[in-house]
Write a protein that binds this ligand. Sequence first.
Ligand code: BGC
Length: 496
Amino acid sequence: MSFEDLHKANEQQLTTVVDQLTKEFEVTPEKLDELVAYFIEQMEKGLAPQENEDKSTNRGLPMIPSYVTGTPNGTEKGTLLAADLGGTNFRTCSVTLNGDHTFSMEQMKSKIPDELLEPTGVTSEMLFSYLARRTQLFMKKYYEADMQAGKEFKLGFTFSYPVDQTSLNSGTLIRWTKGFSIQDTVGADIVELFQGEIDKLGMKNVRIVALTNDTVGTFLSHCYCSDNTDSMTTGEISEPVIGCIFGTGTNGCYKEEISKITKIPQATRDKWADEGKTHMVINTEWGSFDNDLKHLPTTKYDVDIDQKFSSNPGFHLFEKRVSGMYMGEVLRNVLVDLHARGLIFNQYRTAAQLPHRLQTPFELDSEVLSHIEIDDSTGLRETELSLLQSLRLPTSPTERREIQRLVRAISRRSAYLSSVPLAAIIIKTGTLEMRYHGEVEIGCDGSVVEYYPGFRSMIRHALALGPLGAEGERKTHIKIAKDGSGVGSALCALVA
Ligand code: BGC
């Protein structure tokens, strides 16, 4: 056998294994049907009184009442503060709602310091005093005179982690996701923690009046900005139904009939009915869909990521197959495994010799995947540069071709799975059948849905392949709700 033949045989072996892997990442139309049916079942279970009252160990879909009972129509006016702790950044903003579906915003953004993301040794006080100090900086820059004059400021706090909401402005952390692991925050009231640190800095006239999840913020902001609800003026009959995030993490909320949220005591529901309240926004926390892995497709890489590398093993298993924080990590795990099996990067003899960044969990950003996804340059030059730059990893043309196939399989699985909760909510709420010619709008935010090439198209493709079918997909509009969390929490603060 010549050297050429030997190399070809090796390449062929890599291609064969990648063929098998892409098959493992496939989500078939039958699987979509099965997952949507199970999602609806889990939604119903999550709305009913809980068998396991301990929220930190309950493995089902949380389905958290948000205490938001109305939706804005775009005429709301006012200037409010908003703070937003999400995946990797903290923002303080002041939002001016102009009352005509538009808004303007001042904001200050900062990256969460790495030391606050350490697995041990971090306290709630350290985190929330950092947030309060950033808020103080913002207030000094934009509202120094007003602060000195003692003007009252209402603040809406978007906190994008699972919180057991107890009222519009209180709630306790069920567990951290997306990298934080500060133990003493779990079970504590988030508003009390943040307000406490704000007060310590002498900013007593800044009052946190609303606590919202980013999906709820996105939903409200989409309702405020959307000009489609008045069919008489626009000719559109399109109803905002879902607010969701596909970014570092993933989650969604929707409007549910209060009478169906049976885990809320009957007396409370009766009281709300007397006040004319019929619906409440439910934060599904769908990142935790099927934590028992009864139906979710699972590869050995998913198991390793959850058990060996994630900060919340056993939870948020849907998120770990879908969101931006994990897409790159899935690819990294596949590549390390292919190397261990002698199929790729053979210039490195042992795992310890691989470029350090390829050995480091969560170092491969989903942004790199987004470049590889659409690379059509000769010899996949862009992919070559991208991998060199991000991981210091040199690759051969064959390796790059196979890596691109893997990237596309991973992102397709993510997008196809993303369609599952969307289809399930549309079916469960029956919104497509509610009005003659009725159509639905989904307000989305997050880096993946906004920037990952083709992600929205792939979701739509999956919606058509799944139980909604082509007709349902045609009536479903996925819209980007820019700055959802800032505007949404300001809207919440306005009505608080
Ligand atoms: C959190 C959700 C959040 C989502 C998107 C998830 O990890 O549990 O509360 O809405 O990320 O930011």
